[in-house]
Design a protein around this ligand. Structure first.
Ligand SMILES: *Cc1c(COP(=O)(O)O)cnc(C)c1O
Length: 362
């Protein structure tokens, strides 16, 4: 099996090694586990350029829970927010704000369009508490211009809430330089480890101004409790212990390799794959793309069939797409333990799968 999916991903050898070594997950209310968590957290905040006084909340949950918990802990129904909605995950922020009674306006990025300053301009004269964005909208692969969004937030004195679930460790990101107050991460995507652990990194200012004094109506998702417990490297409730150990191994490897080298290797894979696609009867969108994945646009409506053939005939998994583009777009990930040789093999099998799908359609 080979995974060209955004998450779960093909896991790095260093992560597989700790998974293989773990016959039982260890007991965790110990000094040893606390030390592992504190070391992991130093690396995580360093890799995010989180800055002075930033703190991380470790949730045993998937990424959506971290999005929802972030909204619950930093916003209230007295706020009005602006949401960039360019696909499935932008829509998820809309749904979360609806559930929690938080008023919002949407910057709609239509299919194929690029998020530009012109799209933001109509919202410049209104007051918002925060901007919510999925910096890589994973459903389309579009990477939004973080500097443009950061400048907008700074000019308007808004909090900047960034879901970087697929972009973290694939594209450059700097919380301090971009004034990011809340950064949302999920284990199975950027970090390329098992699903089940989600992280929310909070800036010193959002902790002081929003989290510390909040009045959240939730026991499990009360960040105040997580922050208090983490001063000693612990969580209030049982963490995903095995995944925490995987995260330690994954981040240790990236810190050893060096973040810029790591990012360069993901970028190289993405560039290599996009160049190889010229051999196939497909295209890629012309909006800016995250290094994390490439949307592959088919001429004929055979995308889902190509997904099925790759799976059935070659034991290769790519991401199908939901909704209106299900039959015309597949997404191929460049995160995880993949190589240029893997890209070459995938493109070869894609060629065969396209031929087969075309023959079936005759
Ligand atoms: C995958 C993803 C999510 C949702 O994560 P789950 O772990 O499936 O809950 C949220 N935002 C983005 C940008 C994603 O790519």
């Amino acid at each position: 099996m080979k995974l060209f999916t955004v998450g779960p991903t093909e896991m790095p050898a260093a992560v597989r090694a700790v998974r293989a070594a773990a016959d039982s997950v260890p007991y965790f209310r110990t000094e040893e586990f606390s030390a592992l968590m504190l070391e992991t957290d130093e690396w995580l905040r360093e890799l995010a350029h989180a800055g002075e006084g930033a703190k991380t909340v470790y949730l045993t949950a998937s990424g959506t829970a971290a999005m929802e918990a972030a909204v619950m802990n930093v916003l209230t129904p007295a706020d009005r927010v602006l949401i960039v909605n360019g696909g499935t995950f932008g829509q998820r922020f809309v749904d979360i704000c609806t559930v929690h009674g938080i008023a919002y306006d949407e910057v709609r990025v239509l299919a194929g369009a690029t998020l530009t300053a012109e799209l933001l301009a109509p919202f410049a004269t209104q007051d918002y508490a925060a901007l919510l964005v999925n910096i890589d909208e994973t459903s389309t692969g579009q990477i939004y211009d973080v500097k443009m969004l950061a400048d907008f937030c700074q000019r308007k004195n808004m909090y900047f809430i960034v879901d970087a679930i697929s972009s973290f460790l694939a594209d450059p990101l700097d919380m301090v330089a971009s004034g990011i107050d809340v950064l949302i991460i999920s284990s199975q995507k950027g970090p390329c480890i098992s699903p089940g652990l989600a992280m929310v990194i909070l800036s010193a200012r959002i902790i002081a101004e929003r989290v510390a004094g909040n009045n959240i109506k939730s026991l499990y998702f009360d960040f105040k409790d997580y922050l208090r417990n983490f001063t000693r490297g612990q969580t209030p409730y049982t963490p995903a212990v095995g995944i925490c150990i995987e995260l330690h191994a994954a981040l240790e490897r990236i810190v050893q390799v060096g973040l810029s080298e790591h990012l360069a290797s993901v970028a190289k894979l993405a560039t290599d794959f996009r160049a190889r696609l010229r051999e196939l009867p497909v295209s890629i969108p012309d909006y800016p793309l995250s290094n994390a994945l490439t949307p592959v646009v088919f001429v004929e409506p055979i995308a889902y069939r190509v997904f099925e053939i790759l799976k059935a005939e070659y034991d290769i998994f790519v991401n199908p797409t939901g909704g209106a583009t299900a039959n015309t777009v597949l997404r191929v990930a460049h995160i995880g333990a993949l190589t240029v040789a893997d890209n070459a093999q995938l493109v070869n099998y894609m060629r065969l799968a396209i031929e087969q799908a075309r023959n079936e359609a005759k």
